[in-house]
Design a protein around this ligand. Structure first.
Ligand code: ATP
Ligand code: MG
Length: 250
């Protein structure tokens, strides 16, 4: 799935969040979005799923502007997009297997007898073989995040949006999630968009790093070039995040 965001504006009352934002999301690549807290990263992700509509501007998905489409025309698009929320969004009263099966049941994508096999296959993809019968509460935060990724994969998404997938995870677990995101991108060729503060993830995963600042993407570069950007706001961001990471390790 290829997306071209063109000159979008979005305000909530007097709060002007996106102000003529442009962004290209190429097919099959990992596009990373960074920016300060409250800069509008999650708002931008919600525009990509059609959950929020811009006040003006275009969002061109595979050649077609989705902004003027009626709500019902967005359903097929939403089915092609998976969102991995920060919290994981698992239902604590259901087993891991039933959580993974939720989307299949809801969208009637498989008959009842086929479901266990699909669940096992997706759990294997995220390296959680044999965990079908566990309750989410008995898993680590990183494992729960992998379960929510397995659930997303049952819908065969063309686009996966990750909002801070490694936030709150310790470094080994964050690395584990990063490896999974990279593997899914390479093996399944899913287009991926990731919002993150984690510079380790940024430099390991990104094909392009986009910096959101004051409602616009002010820099869009491959990681190495991003690191060496002359833009003062980019440099301040990198310095601040390295500093924050160093404090966490201490
Ligand atoms: N549904 C909404 N209604 C009104 N205001 C909103 C809504 N969603 C977001 N906002 C506002 O838009 C701004 C950007 O919020 P957003 O959640 O996108 O920030 P963010 O960059 O994701 O921050 P963080 O890094 O803390 O997650 C904030 O000022 C927020 O209060
Ligand atoms: Mg956010």
């Amino acid at each position: 799935m290829r997306i071209d965001v063109q000159n979008i504006y979005k305000s909530f009352g007097g709060n002007h969040v996106l102000k003529g934002l442009n962004l290209t999301i190429p097919e099959g690549k990992i596009t990373v979005i960074v920016g300060g807290s409250g800069s509008g990263k999650s708002v931008l992700l919600k525009h990509l799923t059609g959950l929020l509509r811009p006040d003006s501007g275009k969002i061109i998905v595979d050649g077609r502007d989705i902004v003027p489409l009626p709500e019902t025309a967005l359903f097929p698009l939403r089915q092609r997009i998976a969102v991995i929320f920060q919290s994981g969004g698992l239902l604590s009263s259901l087993t891991v297997g039933d959580n993974v099966a939720l989307g299949l049941v809801e969208h009637r994508l498989a008959t009842r007898d086929k479901i266990p096999e699909i669940v096992r296959e997706k759990l294997a993809l995220v390296r959680l073989e044999g965990k079908d019968g566990e309750m989410p509460g008995n898993l680590s935060v990183g494992m729960r995040k992998r379960v929510s990724i397995a659930r997303a994969l049952t819908l065969h998404p063309d686009l996966i949006l990750y909002d801070e997938p490694t936030a709150g995870l310790d470094p080994p677990m964050a690395e584990n999630i990063d490896d999974l995101i990279l593997r899914l991108s390479r093996e399944l060729k899913v287009t991926s968009v990731m919002v993150t503060h984690d510079l380790t993830s940024v430099f390991k995963l990104a094909d392009t790093v986009n910096m959101l600042h004051e409602g616009c993407i002010i820099e869009s570069l491959p990681p190495e070039e991003f690191k060496n950007s002359r833009n003062q706001i980019v440099q301040n961001f990198i310095r601040r995040e390295y500093h924050a990471a160093a404090i966490m390790i201490l």
